[in-house]
Design a protein around this ligand. Structure first.
Ligand SMILES: [Zn+2]
Length: 445
């Protein structure tokens, strides 16, 4: 006699399930069973129908179900600066446009409105988790919490006063308060975000090393972004940034090194041996002409490579489908190898590798029993993705983010049939337009 079916919250039946782990596997006609936000089974649809009585059943007959995409480097409040100053080199862009604009508007209201806009865009594009790097992490965290979005919120450290903190001691005191306040939160964790080696002192890095080890949180840092950064480090410190960071004890498994366009083979080997994660932000690097991250060399050396969009001021979107494709294409060109950074790896870099870098590898990033249900469904019957031979190739090389139809975070529906759930789209648009007028009025063209 068959045991009676188990009652569960949600059963998602999909034409294809791409779990990411195991690697490069596509499951035909499978269902993902979810209860209390946890993935409890991944089985053929026919089997699921005898095993479970779901409170809600979602049938996705033409869709691929993938782990929600993980944006491993972004500055989401800056979404309100999308397109403010384009076609400029990094330092001109920063010093003449972005920093002055930030000086005029940065505060809790700007931060909250920017993150709301970003969350709406990310959910529509199948992204369910962000590695956040900006000031006012308390406001950022509460905005993510109110929208039910998963994030690692950065605790900033920089040697300049800002509206967030004035002195080094104040940056660390506020970091401790925010970290303490977020302890035990189901969606939000923390990291340290020292801005970059050229804006953070040895003394601050030493405090970050101690504190990040004590709290066991990542250190999320822009580094080796441009040749100029490396040259100036040699001039000011007598060594390249990675060597300085290594002497300061920052090169370890907690480090999330972002950009990394200037690397020697020795530096790649050092990062691999130390367990460093690298976030490849190809579109930001291309747009600011910063250089090319040797993503395939890093992958081949065993470095955990994730993908990030960077902020909207330098991309100009939070489109992880676009970023995956650019990452794969650029990695091939840089490696002079068409087999480099293949589609299955690009999908892994945009999901599980991001989760691992951010200390969330046991919670999200793949469709596995025991993980939280952060999922995205993508319609593949659009003419633009027909005919279909290989699901992973289609997802990376020909799918647009408009094909994302449904999204769940922590088992909760966030996008249903292309429509955002419980998001005030008109209100977000009105706020974006208001900030546009304020920021444009002060920008020097
Ligand atoms: Zn950045």
């Amino acid at each position: 006699m068959n045991p009676s079916p188990t009652v569960i919250d949600l059963l998602i039946e999909a034409r294809w399930v791409v779990p990411v782990e195991p690697h490069a596997v596509v499951l035909d006609d499978h269902a993902v069973a979810i209860h209390e936000g946890n993935i409890v089974a991944i089985v053929p649809i026919s089997e699921a129908r005898t095993l479970y009585t779901p409170r809600e059943r979602v049938e996705l007959a033409e869709h691929a179900l993938i782990p929600g995409l993980i944006n491993a480097h972004t500055h989401n409040p800056m979404t309100l600066m999308r397109g403010l100053a384009d076609d400029l080199p990094l330092m001109t862009w920063l010093q003449q446009h972005i920093w002055p604009a930030e000086g005029r508007v940065m505060g809790p209201e700007f931060i909250r409105d920017g993150v709301e806009l970003a969350v709406a865009e990310m959910i529509r594009g199948g992204t369910t988790c962000a590695n956040e790097n900006y000031f006012f992490p308390d406001v950022i965290a509460s905005t993510y919490q109110s929208m039910g979005f998963r994030a690692v919120v950065g605790l900033p450290v920089i040697e300049f006063p800002s509206p967030w903190a004035k002195t080094r001691d104040e940056y660390f005191a506020r970091a401790e308060q925010v970290h303490h306040d977020l302890k035990g939160d189901s969606l939000i964790t923390t990291s340290f975000v020292p801005h970059a080696p050229y804006t953070v002192s040895d003394e601050s890095f030493e405090r970050i090393r101690e504190q990040s080890a004590q709290w066991d949180i990542p250190v999320h840092l822009h580094t080796h972004e441009t040749a100029q950064e490396v040259e100036e480090s040699i001039r000011d410190h007598g060594m390249r940034p990675l060597e300085r960071l290594q002497r300061l004890g920052i090169i370890n498994e907690r480090l999330i090194a972002v950009h990394m366009t200037q690397l020697t083979d020795g530096e790649i080997a050092m990062c691999a041996a130390a367990g460093v994660s690298v976030v490849h932000c190809p579109e930001s690097n291309l747009k600011l002409a910063s250089g090319f991250c040797p993503a395939e060399k890093l992958r081949a050396a065993g470095v955990n490579v994730a993908i990030g969009t960077d902020g909207c001021a330098s991309n100009n979107d939070l489109d992880m489908f676009g970023e995956m494709r650019t990452a794969a294409l650029l990695a091939k060109a840089v490696a002079s190898d068409a087999a480099a950074f293949d589609a299955a790896f690009a999908l892994r870099a945009a999901t599980l590798n991001g989760a691992m870098a951010m200390g969330l590898g046991d919670r999200v990033g793949s469709i596995e029993v025991g993980k939280r249900a952060d999922l995205a469904a993508i319609r593949l019957d659009d003419l633009e993705t027909q005919p279909l031979y290989h699901v992973a190739s289609q997802l990376v090389y020909s799918t647009g983010r408009h094909q994302v139809s449904d999204v769940w975070i922590d088992g909760k529906r966030k996008l249903a049939g292309n429509v955002l759930v419980d998001v005030d789209v008109d209100g977000i648009r009105a706020k974006a337009r208001r900030w546009r007028d304020i920021i444009a009025a002060g920008d020097v063209q």
